[in-house]
Design a protein around this ligand. Structure first.
Ligand SMILES: CNc1nc2cc3c(=O)[nH]c(N)nc3c(CC[C@H]3O[C@@H](OC)[C@H](OC)[C@@H]3OC)c2[nH]1
Ligand SMILES: [Zn+2]
Length: 373
């Protein structure tokens, strides 16, 4: 069956929505946080551990898998679900963003992007057609249109040209989309930090009628208030019966403030990335467990947390593992941070159900401390 969004209710206190996203590999409760598994693995986590954390969908990335091991190999393996032994929903990004953030020597034209692999320097290219065909081969449940995420800051004229080209690319992606097993292609709204360009991009893409829409070009170094301004400018132009996905956003405060503004889906490498240097998101704010003050602290990472790491290990032990460069340490900090965000979104959904998300946000910020994010 196709990807279908079901709006269950809107929070009476805020603009937040409670929903369910039905996909061929299962249902996703929204608003949702999606763990990132860029190279077909959420770093250090097994599928069983992700399921025990109640992760309902994970992300992977076209740019990385196109370079290594190659989409033909993944297709030969039976697709990404089989290849990585994950039988729940997967979303893949189109690679547009990574071409600009990772590759060298890139050249962008109406046709697409030419670049050199950051792995071995090979001269490669991606176009709206090839990026869509790669994603068809990988077989995720939700795939993203091939777009350009303009740098921040950028000249108005550049953003205008880029955004108009991204709208033309979106149409080419729809044409090229093979729709294998009802795979859903989401459009990505651009427009930089310019309200008129954001509006035009939203109108262009909604006229093409995608099953879901992402807000791209944000969380690229702009001040948070600017991100929210662009979000507010765009989100009411998107159909309310389709899911809205804010790309690259995942600090706790942004998940709350994005949900309040009507966002249904979030992704971010933050929880897994900071876990790898021993930084934890806890109910009392951020904590750096390698800090000497935890040397003989035999309590859990977070006294309010019920995750596997907090139920079975102490700060002292995890600090020791991180200092000793033991792999198990990073697995425990990753388990905790992923649990923290997945659990935060479960509390957000409960708050929406009970029309109290605004109150929940204020209470959370109070405890978590707005200084941290
Ligand atoms: C951090 N801030 C941020 N702003 C972003 C904006 C865009 C955008 O406009 N277009 C596209 N196509 N992608 C974007 C992305 C990348 C997200 C992916 O990047 C990968 O995480 C690093 C991951 O791949 C599994 C994820 O998959 C959806 C952004 N990330
Ligand atoms: Zn925990």
């Amino acid at each position: 069956m196709a990807v279908k969004y079901e709006l269950l209710k809107t929070c009476a206190q805020t603009g937040a929505r409670l929903g369910r996203l039905h996909t061929p590999h299962g249902v996703i409760d929204t608003p949702t946080f999606m763990p990132v598994g860029t190279q077909a693995s959420v770093k250090g986590m097994s599928p069983e551990e992700l399921k025990s954390l109640n992760a309902q969908i994970i992300l992977s990335n076209t740019y990385h898998l196109f370079l290594r091991p190659g989409h033909e190999l993944v297709k030969e393996a039976g697709g990404l679900h089989k290849f990585m032994n994950w039988d729940r929903p997967i979303l893949t990004d189109s690679g547009g963003f990574q071409v600009f953030s990772l590759s060298e020597m890139r050249k962008i034209t109406e046709q697409g992007v030419e670049f050199r692999s950051h792995i071995n320097g090979d001269k490669l290219s991606l176009t709206p057609e090839s990026a869509t065909q790669v994603q068809n081969a990988l077989g995720a449940d939700i795939i993203m249109a091939f777009d350009e995420c303009p740098p921040y800051p950028a000249e108005y004229e550049y953003v205008k040209q880029s955004t108009e080209r991204t709208s033309r690319w979106a149409e080419r992606c729809l044409q090229a989309h093979g729709r294998p097993h009802d795979q859903a292609l989401f459009g990505i709204v651009q427009g930089g930090m310019h309200k008129d360009l954001r509006k035009q991009s939203a109108l262009d893409l909604t006229s093409l009628d995608f099953p879901g829409y992402a807000m791209g070009g944000l969380s690229v170094g702009e001040p948070k208030h600017l991100m929210y301004e662009m979000l507010e400018e765009t989100i009411h132009l998107l159909p309310s019966d389709k899911p809205r996905y804010l790309m690259g956003v995942g600090s706790p405060d942004a998940l709350l403030d994005g949900s309040i503004r009507g966002v249904d889906m979030f992704d971010c490498v933050l929880p897994t990335r900071i876990a790898r240097n021993g930084t934890l998101m806890t109910s009392q704010g951020r904590m750096v467990v390698r800090n000497a003050k935890y040397t003989s602290d035999f309590g859990p990472l977070d006294p309010e947390c019920t995750c596997y790491a907090c139920r079975n290990y102490s700060r002292a032990y995890i600090r020791h593992l991180i200092k000793a460069d033991e792999m198990f340490g990073l697995r425990l900090t990753t388990i905790h941070n992923l649990h923290f965000l997945v659990n935060l979104m479960a509390q957000v959904r409960d708050a929406i159900r009970e029309d109290r998300l605004g109150t929940f946000r204020d209470q959370f910020f109070e405890k978590y401390g707005m200084a941290h994010n």
